[in-house]
Write a protein that binds this ligand. Structure first.
Ligand code: PEP
Length: 272
């Protein structure tokens, strides 16, 4: 495997009060290039006046180029929905960190539950991807979260701890590293059900503690923890008012410029 140099990344750092809220749009496998370009333009317009929040748009791979061109010169970051851990090679259908950088990506969603469920992505592969993303100065947005059966069995904390430990296992003690972890209960994704703000906050605190214990206190303090799972304009306040939650990973509602802009505004108010 490529031997990455674990170099520091741009992004949020510092004390809890200085963590910049972060909202990520995951467009999943939606939108061909034309509609993707239009939505990106609508979002730039809708968010023109919003300050104090970082926003990333993660279109499908086929629209990264066109959306990246629209986002150029705007504060919105371009992100990908997955990547391979190797830089190049015989991996049909895969996309590497250098390819994403070439398209202007600044961040990448890794370990989304849909990748774990449908494409067999393992914690080991996720750890390699996280390491590769960091070494290429792509901000990793690491997704963790329990399935309904694990929640009902009271295994949420153990499962999330294991997922986070595995994901950052290749990072090591690293005071300058920028990481984002999205707590996404699988049973809440695309279902209209959500965790309560208190539940999500408790798991977010656990995630921060695990990162601090594995990567050091500074990394834990700078870590931004997002909540994901059926976030909408009418429930976002419940999450962003929680002290351990620094923003949201948004699927369905990110396909509507008005709804997504309302979510971003709510996160910005939390940061103000
Ligand atoms: C997601 O895709 O990560 C997600 C949280 O989706 P939704 O907002 O549609 O539940």
């Amino acid at each position: 495997m490529h031997d990455p140099q674990m170099t520091p990344q741009p992004g949020a750092a510092g004390s809890r009060s200085r963590r910049v809220p972060f909202v990520v749009a995951n467009w999943k496998m939606h939108l061909t290039r034309g509609p993707a370009e239009r939505l990106a333009r609508d979002l730039i317009r809708a968010l023109a006046e919003v300050r104090g929040v970082e926003v990333a748009i993660c279109p499908p791979a086929t629209a990264l180029d066109v959306v990246g061109r629209v986002l150029q010169g705007s504060p919105l970051l371009l992100g990908a929905q997955t990547m391979h851990e190797e830089t190049h090679g015989a991996f049909t259908g895969e996309i590497s960190a250098p390819m994403l950088l070439d398209l202007g990506c600044r961040c990448v969603i890794l370990g989304h539950s849909e990748r774990r469920q449908w494409y067999g992505e393992t914690d080991d592969a996720l750890a390699r991807k996280v390491r590769s993303a960091i070494s290429h100065k792509l901000l990793p947005i690491i997704c963790v979260g329990e399935r309904l059966v694990e929640r009902e069995a009271g295994q949420t904390d153990a499962l999330v701890t294991m997922q986070v430990e595995a994901a950052v296992s290749g990072v090591g003690e690293h005071p300058d590293v920028s990481l984002v972890v999205a707590y996404e209960p699988v049973w809440a994704i695309g279902t209209g059900h959500t965790a309560t703000g208190e539940e999500a906050n408790r798991v977010a605190a656990l995630i921060r503690w695990v990162v601090a214990s594995r990567c050091g206190a500074a990394a834990g303090n700078a870590l931004r923890v997002l909540y994901g799972g059926s976030v909408k304009p009418d429930n976002i306040h419940e999450f962003v008012r929680q002290p351990e939650i620094d923003g949201a990973l948004v699927g369905g509602a990110s396909l509507d410029a008005g709804a997504f802009a309302a979510i971003v505004r709510a996160a910005a108010e939390r940061g103000a």
